[in-house]
Ligand binder design. Structure first.
Ligand code: GLV
Ligand code: MN
Ligand code: MN
Length: 415
């Protein structure tokens, strides 16, 4: 059985967190100088682990193992949300590195290939799952040409050129090369902690649908414009937020969630009636029909706001990621590995966060393993996981990986 080195794993995780360090977390937006440096650092670590590793034309890192026969692909992402945590994405990448090293160091596993992938922009600074979509052949050159940074407006081609990735080929998954894909991740919620469990075996991953809703009114003087004569885009926006809060529970499922993550009022001054307002609105569910029902409700509410006046309202979809279910054989291998290393510590659970695994699952048997997030906190710099859980999760991944590679279908013999 491959034995991971817990101290080496923790040391690499902490070293990676130095790239873009922010308080106790990291600020490492996609293609920022900190992100580019982190990618370069990881390529060197993968090469030291005996893999061939390179960065491609979208910023993905793909590594290849010299081992013969089908391989297991392990990976996640390196960029972070703004001012966020040190483990989201990074943990799954360093787990891949550590598992590759553990296989190489074990004479009985040396010829079982572990390959590590890093998918760019899972966090959606420029788009929706750019790296994993590129890797499965579902991202066109036109998609790249049209994408821009959601905060700064910088075009994706310009950002790729600045990072030094423009013009490089983009790696595409080779059919038949891998027995499957596993992404390890922090849970980012409190289900494991509140259930007293240490390992989550993921059953499904949500789709995330995101929109910009824009209101046009009339910018004017906040003191001299009579209330009845105003066209206040800020009022129209808050009324829509209220309507969503009233109506969405009627169409939502048990696990549906929705968020207004950003509101912008123009020009945004105390003495000016906002002439324009924009909100970024997102909802999530694992059921495609439920997602469509929520979209229809949102379209109806925006149309009602527009018809009622005095401001106009319009809806623009920004992205619609595709939900997916995880492969049963991968779930079973993770259950068994967890039972071996920490009996009674695992539970199956759906993921309310989006992950690259939902796109890899379109081409490969894919699965995910979660470890607990302390206090259920994530997308915040205080995000953390107990060291013992970080080590356990990686060992569970290594053991499950060996089992998958040794299944008769994989073409490798029993040890
Ligand atoms: C991914 O980070 C998500 O927001 O679910
Ligand atoms: Mn993540
Ligand atoms: Mn995230």
């Amino acid at each position: 059985m491959p034995r991971i080195d817990g101290q080496r794993l923790l040391r690499d995780l902490r070293q990676l967190a130095e790239f873009g360090r922010y308080k106790t977390g990291v600020h490492r937006p996609t293609y920022s100088p900190q992100d580019v440096e982190a990618r370069r650092w990881l390529v060197e670590r993968l090469q030291e682990a005996g893999l061939m590793a390179e960065i491609d034309g979208i910023g993905n890192i793909m590594s290849t193992s010299p081992a013969k026969g089908p391989k297991l692909l392990i990976g996640s992402h390196l960029e972070s949300q703004p001012h966020a945590g040190w483990l989201d994405g990074a943990m799954g990448v360093i787990y891949g590195l550590e598992v590759a090293r553990a296989f190489r160091e074990d004479p009985t596993c040396r010829d079982l290939g572990i390959e590590v992938a890093v998918f760019a922009d899972e966090e959606g600074h420029f788009g929706s799952f750019l790296g994993s979509r590129s890797f499965i052949g579902e991202l066109s050159e036109d998609d790249i040409a049209k994408a821009a940074n959601r905060t700064t407006g910088q075009s994706l081609p310009e950002a790729l050129a600045e990072a030094g990735y423009a013009g490089r080929p983009r790696y595409v998954l080779e059919a038949g090369r891998h027995v499957g894909f596993i992404e390890a991740h922090i849970e980012q919620g409190d289900t494991l902690e509140s259930s007293g469990k240490r390992i989550g075996v993921v059953t499904s991953i949500v789709g995330i649908w995101t929109y910009a809703i824009t209101f046009e009114g009339q910018q004017n003087h906040a003191g001299t414009t009579r209330m009845a004569a105003r066209k206040d885009a800020g009022v129209a926006l808050t009324e829509l937020c209220h309507a969503v809060a009233q109506r969405f529970p009627e169409v939502a499922g048990l696990r549906s969630v929705w968020t207004t993550g950003r509101i912008r009022l123009e020009p945004g001054a105390a003495s000016i009636i906002p002439g324009q307002a924009e909100m970024i609105f997102q909802f999530r569910d694992a059921d495609p029909e439920r997602l469509r029902a929520m979209e229809l409700e949102l379209e109806a509410l925006v149309a009602q706001s527009d018809a009622a006046g005095p401001c106009t309202a319009s809806l623009r979809p920004l992205s619609r990621s595709i939900p997916n279910v995880m492969a049963e054989p991968v779930q079973a291998a993770l259950d068994q590995a967890a039972e071996r290393h920490a009996p009674g510590s695992a539970m199956r659970m759906p993921s309310g966060a989006g992950h690259d695994a939902q796109y890899l699952a379109r081409r490969l048997p894919a699965g995910m393993v979660f470890v607990p997030s302390i206090g259920g906190i994530s997308h915040h710099w205080t995000e953390n996981t107990a060291d013992a859980d970080l080590v356990l999760g990686c060992q569970v991944l290594a053991t499950a990986g060996e089992a998958l590679l040794r299944r008769p279908e994989s073409g490798h013999a029993e040890a």
